[in-house]
Design a protein around this ligand. Structure first.
Ligand code: DHB
Ligand code: MG
Length: 219
């Protein structure tokens, strides 16, 4: 078998077709995001389903997302929290938030989703209450700040997921000048060293190339 990005994509498509299926509301959210000229960097379908499963496996009813983009991952998690659950999602770009709002409402989960417009550093200190699952998928430069807030707004047992921890293998490059790589490495080191977390990470290949997720529990 070849191990190339094209083969990873074909296998990812097979897994998505076989296990995730095709969903008009989610595909409409991606169409709206593309039509608005937003970056096509949402999580892969298999990863959206993973987020949905993590919400359900952990029994999370209060979810915090940092980085809404077009609402694709938001819809996946909002479906997982159930009718009484809530997702608070933070988006720095008001135009992105407007696209996400429309897609989330069209998906039928609008009453569960509260979009807060602003930078994470400004919005996070305004949040009250606790969260059972936190998904960090915003500017990588702020990952340590976001992890600190995840611990502060979490409780023992809160699940923390960080997207984009592989970055084409650049995480081993301690001389990388890329601030996204530096932020990602700093976040991973924090997950390893900070006693508030117990964590691991999985590299992924697929339609988004070579990347990965960190998954942690607040202890
Ligand atoms: C980037 C950000 C993401 O959240 C992602 O999933 C892929 C790439 C980026 O900023 O490069
Ligand atoms: Mg991401």
């Amino acid at each position: 078998m070849d191990s190339t990005p094209a083969a990873w994509r074909a296998a990812d498509d097979f897994l998505a077709d076989t296990l995730v299926g095709h969903d008009p509301a989610l595909e409409a959210a991606l169409d709206a995001q593309r039509a608005a000229g937003m970056p096509e960097i949402e999580v892969a379908p298999v990863a959206g389903k993973l987020l949905n499963l993590l919400v359900r496996i952990s029994g999370a009813t209060r979810v915090l997302e940092i980085g809404t983009l077009g609402g694709y991952s938001t819809i996946w998690m909002a479906r997982g929290v159930g009718e009484q659950g809530r997702v608070v999602t933070i988006e720095a770009e008001a135009a992105h938030a407007a696209v996400a709002r429309a897609s989330i409402d069209a998906a039928g989960v609008g009453d569960r989703v509260d979009i807060r417009i602003g930078r994470g550093a400004d919005v996070l200190p305004t949040l009250v209450g606790w969260f059972d699952l936190v998904f960090i998928d915003a500017d990588k430069e702020s990952n340590t700040l976001y992890l600190d807030w995840a611990a502060r707004l979490g409780h023992p047992g809160t699940v923390v997921v960080v997207d984009n921890i592989g970055r084409d293998g650049e995480i081993v490059n301690d001389a990388s000048p890329d601030p996204k790589v530096v932020g990602t490495r700093d976040g991973l080191r924090m997950l390893g060293e900070d006693p508030r977390f117990d964590a691991t990470a999985l590299q992924t290949v697929g339609i988004k190339g070579w990347d990965g997720f960190a998954i942690a529990v607040v202890v």
